[in-house]
Design a protein. Sequence first.
Length: 168
Amino acid sequence: MKISQSTLSKNFSQIKLLSLDVDGVLTDGGIYYTDKGDTFRKFDAKDGMGITLLLNAGIDVAIISAGAPGAIEHRAKRLNIKYVYTNIRSKLDVLTSLCKDLKINLSQVAHIGDDINDIEVFKNVGISISVKDAVTEISSIASIVTSHVGGKGAVREICDAIILSNKK
């Protein structure tokens, strides 16, 4: 997976936790409905491999989503992500509590988001990352804007950059 120059230029060596939104970050933002009203999401396998590699490198990963539970937990379990929070109104409150439990500072967190419910987190973490197709309110305040869109390799781009930065 190609890492953009702007992503490569950021030093991720202090990052201990990668926090992820789901809809529009781990997925393309589409929420599909069946005729019976069930919903489902499409996740990218390359992003999943990036998360696996990141976890194997000793970096924690958390999912913090305003989205409804179900598919998110199934995907997280498949990837061995321990910290999964769904149906969340205040992502910053959850992240602050998780950091306290992990004995790390918010400055040691990178967060990938795509919409206005990520603004407060962006203002408080060490590295704020917007996917390429995020809303302007997010991409304009992000430390990094990925070269990939949500659900199509944006998470992998960041996972690879964090791993590369920690090898240096």
